[in-house]
Design a protein around this ligand. Structure first.
Ligand SMILES: Cc1ncc(COP(=O)(O)O)c(C=O)c1O
Length: 416
């Protein structure tokens, strides 16, 4: 029997009995996809404006990824890290050259990348325990990454966690200056905070973090798991500023949909990580690395990152225009293909209503709609989304009127 033939009811019933209840899944059963669209079990089409939470940057079923996967599946699927295979080195070299850092370590997920970064920082600064992270940050669910995650509700059930983590408010330079001392082992920042509700960190804040790290010897780690690899209109989000971190962590889009994370390390880590200090059975798997190379090839060969910037600027202006007309929208924040729409009410019902209308969006914190569309998303999907958003009953908008003028349709300005 083809798994795709299972009815949604049968899928849900089996999960209810056998899958641990860590997720509140939406009642949505995507079965296939193409480009920026997903199709459910009944064949209904949805614009995917969440991209598997920032993973599917090339959309679904991208020909380059499909071709690579087919070729690689005929080769070795796994060799372990006891032996060599060419793909890790090739992908590592590409990431190092693009970032200006020195070396790469591969793992399987974002949280693992941050765990590794934390361990590497401890090796750079032996005996120093302090970590400075941000309120509302998100670095992952394993114990080290969770300890640096600035959501009390996520951390509380698992206390005691890794000690000596100080949280400071995003973009508050004075608090950062107070928190970073000679005892600080590492500073962990997301250049654009994702789960925290899409909060771009200011250049001033990032520059202050670099200066404090230089002054105290703390290792400056940028978690670019959500905002990296083209999402903000540059390959690395830190490249919007003059700041170069000591370590960058990556995951989400890196493996083209397969699990792959990476830690890129700079000069301060040179020579401190020795065989036996860290490792993973699957990390840097040949197939995932080949897909990683294909993702970078596609980003390079196409003008996608430039498109992210141009369309992102246009979309930001359109969202601002929408905010001026929809009272329930409190603030628009973001960059490139990473946008948060802060509401004056819970985002959950809006997300649900949009899904029923054929738009997949996420939420962050309680009141933020989160958009992380694939970089290939057509302009049509974004304009249709804005039309749908301002006809959403959960936002108190009129839903019965249709056509021009019924809804505060954004400007007719064209994306360049
Ligand atoms: C900024 C950031 N760091 C770390 C993680 C954890 O990544 P993963 O879920 O792959 O462990 C996430 C996931 O959403 C993230 O957005």
């Amino acid at each position: 029997m083809l798994l795709h033939d299972e009815s949604p009811a049968a899928v849900e019933a089996r999960e209810k009995n056998f899958i641990l209840g860590t997720y509140n899944r939406a009642q949505f059963h995507p079965r296939s996809g193409k480009g920026a669209q997903l199709f459910d079990a009944e064949g209904k089409a949805y614009w995917d404006l969440l991209g598997g939470i920032a993973v599917n940057v090339l959309g679904h079923k991208h020909p380059r990824l499909v071709k690579t996967l087919k070729q690689e599946s005929d080769s070795l699927l796994h060799v372990s890290n006891l032996f060599y295979h060419p793909a890790q080195g090739i992908l590592g070299e590409r990431l190092v050259r693009e970032s200006g850092l020195r070396r790469a370590f591969f793992c399987n997920s974002g949280t693992e990348a941050n765990e590794a970064a934390l361990k590497f920082a401890r090796l750079v600064n032996p005996g120093r325990a302090g970590i400075v992270a941000l309120e509302e940050s998100f670095h992952g669910r394993t114990l080290g990454s969770l300890s640096m995650t600035g959501h009390e509700a996520y951390r509380a059930p698992f206390a005691p966690l890794v000690p000596s983590v100080t949280f400071v408010p995003p973009n508050d330079v004075a608090s950062l200056e107070n928190a970073v001392t000679e005892e600080t082992c590492a500073i962990f920042l997301e250049s654009v905070m994702g789960e925290g509700g899409i909060i771009p960190l200011s250049d001033e804040f990032l520059i202050a973090a670099r200066k404090l790290a230089d002054k105290t010897g703390a290792v400056l780690v940028f978690d670019e798991i959500q905002c990296g690899l083209g999402r903000t209109g540059k390959l690395f989000a830190f490249q919007h500023t003059s700041v170069v971190p000591d370590i960058v962590t990556l995951a989400k889009p890196l493996g083209g949909g397969l699990p792959l994370g990476a830690v890129l390390t700079g000069d301060v880590v040179e020579g401190v990580v020795k065989p036996g200090h860290h490792g993973t059975t699957f990390g840097g798997n040949p197939v995932a690395c080949r897909l990683g190379i294909a993702v970078l090839d596609e980003l390079k060969a196409s003008t996608l990152i430039q498109r992210v910037k141009t369309y992102g600027d246009w979309f930001g202006r359109q969202l601002d225009a929408l905010k001026a007309k929809v009272p329930a929208i409190v603030e628009i924040r973001g960059k490139g293909m990473m946008w948060g729409i802060e509401l004056d009410r819970p985002a959950g019902p809006v997300v649900k209503e949009l899904l029923a209308k054929g738009f997949i969006v996420g939420s962050a914190r309680d009141r933020v709609l989160r958009l992380l569309p694939p970089y290939i998303v057509p302009k049509k999907a974004l304009t249709e989304f804005m039309d749908a958003l301002c006809r959403t009953a959960a936002l108190g908008c009129p839903t019965t009127q249709t056509g021009e003028g019924a809804c505060p349709t954004p400007n007719k300005e064209k994306a360049a």
